[in-house]
Write a protein that binds this ligand. Structure first.
Ligand code: HEM
Ligand code: MTE
Ligand code: MO
Length: 465
């Protein structure tokens, strides 16, 4: 690095837009990140650091404080900062002050923003996951919302702009659905085992099933003038959801789904204000979140501030860049974000919750337990266990919550199987959904650089003693 030229803070400051190329500094390094801007997973907010130092931003988004991000940055190194210009990272304002308490049982995967998963062994205890240990997936600081002043805005194509208070929303018919919400990154650690993936390392606990109570989205939309017939001849439209959580530039968390989901009478979209019969906890979107069952968790926007029918998808990075799955040969550097649609319905998956990879068990009968889930309202036909790498399979008992004649299987099934373990064994589990979709046997050909939809057979090794 000694051979690289030295620059002053003022020279870096001249490179604040791409007509002059975009430079940033970090610690002692100067970087030309012009080519990286278009592929940055966090979107165009990277430009806020253009011409300046990354330190304050990376304190706000500690997702960057890890070696794979530092390695990406080093590829763009063009020089060193003059010694007198290197300043120690300043104490940034803590935007994460006043976050809610988290149950210590949640396995912390990141602190700011907070991300924690449910210990998988807790998931099979009950059909509905208790609120306090339901996994939390936050991309931004948690907003402080006062239920009294809370407002939901509804607007867009063929709608009358209307504002609803929490009390207004509670006046609509109160409906409950049980639905599983699963992060697109659930089980990412397994996909990353042989080939590194970028993202939070979740095991199988970034999923939970709850009873969600609130108003039907279509009922509330109707009172803003929504008439399904009015969209018959429209081209593809989108329903956009904004959250009250924002980054430093004021950009909020956002997501969207094609309007066709709402026009399809099968879909249940709920403006939920209760989770398991209690007000929605702060971490899960107090006072109102949208619950979009059967669809990847990222679209179920928490702290909902606005619903809007629009010609375009949400432009948030979580819709446009993240939560898309690319071919195994695509990397963060080569990705063309427009080449894949955002994840909506999720594929069939299953997981062994009762045991961890490498557990020691007493020779003899062992009870295995876990969950299986498929998106799009598809039920689970069967869960199968193999102790001999697929030569023979045993069918597990599954909870009676699947109704294969229904197209609204929004919840997981819990399963259990008694097996007899006489020697060290690799246990495989796979599920079959009502579309007769099955999981892939391993991760090789579904690998993607973000580690999303990591749904191969779950395989664990048990040592017999
Ligand atoms: C996410 C790299 C600058 C905001 C990411 C990720 C990478 C990355 C690799 C994905 C991380 C992961 O999920 O594991 C970089 C590099 C930068 C840079 C190399 C320097 C030039 C910035 C700046 C900001 C920012 C200046 C804010 C002003 C974000 C956000 C995310 C992100 C909000 C998404 C986090 C999430 O989805 O939870 N960045 N970044 N980045 N970045 Fe950056
Ligand atoms: N909504 C807002 N406003 N902000 C967020 O960061 N995270 C999304 C989604 N809704 C998120 C959000 C993601 S990626 C997931 S997986 C789910 O919320 C997680 O919901 P939970 O934290 O209630 O488990
Ligand atoms: Mo997620």
């Amino acid at each position: 690095l000694k051979h690289l030229p030295h620059f002053s803070r003022n020279q870096v400051a001249e490179h604040y837009d791409d007509s002059r190329r975009i430079w940033v500094s970090f610690r002692r390094g100067v970087y030309d990140v012009t080519e990286f801007v278009a592929v940055h997973p966090g979107g165009s907010r990277i430009l806020m650091a253009a011409g300046g130092s990354l330190e304050p931003f990376w304190e706000l988004y500690p997702v960057h404080q890890k070696s794979d991000v530092f390695q990406i940055l080093e590829k763009y190194r063009i020089g060193n900062l003059n010694e007198e210009d290197v300043v120690e990272a300043q104490e940034a304002v803590d935007h994460f002050k006043g976050e809610p308490m988290r149950h210590p049982a949640l396995i912390r995967r990141a602190d700011k923003p907070f991300n924690g998963e449910t210990p998988p062994s807790l998931l099979t205890e009950k059909f509905h996951t208790p609120n306090d240990v339901f996994y939390v997936r936050n991309h931004l600081p948690v907003p402080q919302v006062d239920a009294k002043t809370y407002r939901l805005e509804i607007d867009g194509i063929n709608l009358t702009e209307t504002t609803f208070s929490l009390q207004d929303i509670k006046k609509f018919p109160k409906v409950s659905i049980s639905a599983t919400i699963q992060c697109g990154g659930n089980r990412r650690t397994e996909m990353g085992k042989d080939k590194v993936v970028a993202g939070l390392g979740w095991t199988g606990g970034a999923i939970g099933n709850a009873k969600w109570t609130g108003a039907r989205l279509v009922d509330v939309l109707r009172s803003a003038g929504f008439k399904p017939e009015a969209y018959k001849h429209a081209k593809q439209l989108h329903v956009k959801f904004d959250g009250l959580d924002t980054d430093q530039s004021g950009e909020c968390y956002g997501a969207s789904v094609p309007l066709s989901y709402l026009l399809d009478g099968n879909f249940d979209a709920i403006l939920a204000y209760e989770m398991n019969d209690k007000p929605i906890p702060i971490d899960h979107g107090f006072p109102v979140r949208i619950v979009l069952p059967g669809i990847v968790g990222a679209r179920s926007v928490k702290w909902l501030s606005r619903v809007s029918i629009s010609e375009e998808e949400s432009q948030s990075p979580w819709q446009q860049r993240d939560y898309k799955v690319f071919s195994p040969s695509v990397s963060l550097e080569t990705v063309d974000f427009s080449a894949a649609p955002p994840i909506m319905d999720t594929p069939v998956t299953s997981y062994i919750c009762s045991h961890n990879n490498g557990d020691k068990v007493k020779k003899g009968p062992v009870k295995l337990q876990g969950y299986a889930f498929s998106g799009g309202g598809r039920g689970i036909v069967r869960v199968e266990i193999s102790l001999d790498k697929g030569k023979t399979w045993n069918v597990a008992r599954i909870s009676d919550t699947a109704n294969l004649e229904s197209t609204k299987n929004w919840s997981w099934v819990l399963w259990e199987a008694n097996v007899n373990i006489q020697a060290n064994a690799e246990i495989w589990v796979k599920a079959v959904d009502s579309g007769y979709n099955q999981q892939p046997e391993d991760f090789n050909n579904i690998w993607n650089y973000r580690g999303l939809l990591s749904t191969a057979y779950h395989k664990i090794y048990l040592e017999a003693r």
